[in-house]
Design a protein around this ligand. Structure first.
Ligand SMILES: Cc1ncc(COP(=O)(O)O)c(C=O)c1O
Length: 399
């Protein structure tokens, strides 16, 4: 049997998506992989129905259908505080997943260093390896997920080509403040490096926190490659629509990478999704209200049953502290992965082991998401109550 590439031996499949498969096998409530169990906005469904007969059903322009890019440019221009040119500054991709891969392949030569915060969304590790880059990890220290700017400066001094910022951040729920972004941005300018941002949770931000696009800061558009997607904002993770936004020179390079990676995102879905991009501002305000309610419902439920957790500033993820469980005799020596497997089989709720996000040896956190209908969250809390009952003292606590 011929050998496989060395590359594929250097990373595992996604733990997040593996937990979904195990969850399905045991019929658990899946709070591991982040996707909603409710429908996308009606206008999108209506548009999709129309497109099924009216088309298009053939390839669109490789870097995105003209009308889709134009609608996207109108939306993104508001976030960026400048007019984004749909013809030169956008590339439509198969989700933000492809956008990040294309961004890394566009800017990195083999051996280039790229800074990544830890904990990080697990794709970034594989993206770095696939593009030949060497990650330098910058700790985001729980429970507040603070970082040390000096470590970032050090990374740039070592010649890092870029820093990846997930904002709002998966899994920590951290929303980077304008001040933090400005400080990182100033270093990127000083060392002539890129900032690659993943902003898929831009509309899931809880007051008083606000989302700031790195590219909107003075002087930063030319140094920022923004990866984003329609997956979370319109509850259409299966449509696989994402995009890259950045200066024309970078987008020109990224379009070539994208062309040979995937040719293009699904043409009928781009056509239907224009209706989503044209929704009024009130849609995003309402979305924020809905997710704020879900966060508060889920977090107060966790408090009530006595499970320790953080309160996310953004995203739809909560980190649960399982140290009290790991101290119990029946869980002695358990890894967080083994604990998650036990949860699926015995509690009927699927979570993601925190170790899959951390570079550091962290074994006491697991990630749950609350992009679920209220009834599903209530059912999950009911199941988790059985788990909390194992603890000798179930006093509520926030980490
Ligand atoms: C931070 C982050 N980026 C990207 C993605 C994937 O986005 P897409 O569906 O657009 O590929 C996810 C999905 O969970 C995510 O959490």
């Amino acid at each position: 049997m011929p050998l496989l590439s060395e590359r594929v031996g250097t990373f595992t499949d996604s733990v997040i998506r593996r937990m979904t498969r195990i969850s399905n096998e045991y019929g658990a409530i899946n709070l591991s992989q982040g996707f909603p169990d409710f429908d996308p906005p009606r206008v999108l469904l209506d548009a999709l129905a129309k497109v099924s007969y009216a088309g298009p059903h053939q390839y669109s322009v490789t870097f995105g259908a003209q009308n889709f890019r134009e609608a996207l440019a109108r939306k993104v221009s508001k976030t960026m505080g400048r007019t984004v040119d749909p013809d030169t500054e956008l590339c439509v991709t198969c989700g933000s997943t492809e956008a990040m891969m294309a961004a890394m392949m566009t800017i990195c030569n083999p051996g280039d260093k790229v800074m990544v915060f830890s904990p990080f969304y697990e794709n970034y590790g594989a993206d770095a390896i696939l593009s030949g880059a060497r990650p330098i990890y910058i700790p985001l220290v729980p429970p507040e997920y603070h970082f040390d700017l000096k470590l970032i400066e050090n990374g740039f001094r070592q010649g890092a080509k870029a820093i990846v910022i997930c904002n709002p951040s998966n899994p920590s729920g951290k929303v980077f403040t304008r001040r933090e972004l400005a400080a990182i941005g100033a270093l990127a300018l000083q060392y002539d490096a890129f900032v690659v941002t993943d902003e898929v949770y831009e509309h899931m931000v809880y007051a008083p926190n606000v989302h700031t696009a790195m590219a909107s800061l003075p002087g930063m558009f030319d140094h920022t490659i923004t990866c984003n997607s329609l997956s979370k904002t319109y509850s259409i993770t299966g449509w696989r629509l994402g995009y890259l936004c950045g200066p024309a020179r970078v987008i020109d390079g990224a379009r070539k990478v994208h062309d040979f990676l995937t040719v293009g995102a699904a043409a009928p879905l781009q056509e239907a999704a224009v209706a989503g991009l044209e929704l009024p501002e009130s849609y995003y305000t309402e979305l924020q209200t809905i997710y704020t309610r879900k966060r508060d419902f889920f977090c107060s439920g966790l408090d009530r049953i006595g499970l320790k957790h953080n309160i996310p500033q953004g995203t739809y993820f909560v980190m649960l502290d399982i140290r009290a469980f790991l101290d119990l005799p029946q869980f002695q020596g358990y890894t967080d992965l083994e604990f998650c497997e036990w949860m699926i089989k015995n509690i009927g709720v699927a979570a993601v082991p925190g170790s899959s996000f951390f570079r550091e040896p962290v074994n006491h956190l697991i990630r749950l998401h609350f992009a679920r209908q209220q009834s599903t969250l209530a059912e999950a809390l009911h199941q988790l109550e059985k788990m909390a009952a194992l603890l000798p003292d179930t006093k509520q606590s926030i980490i």
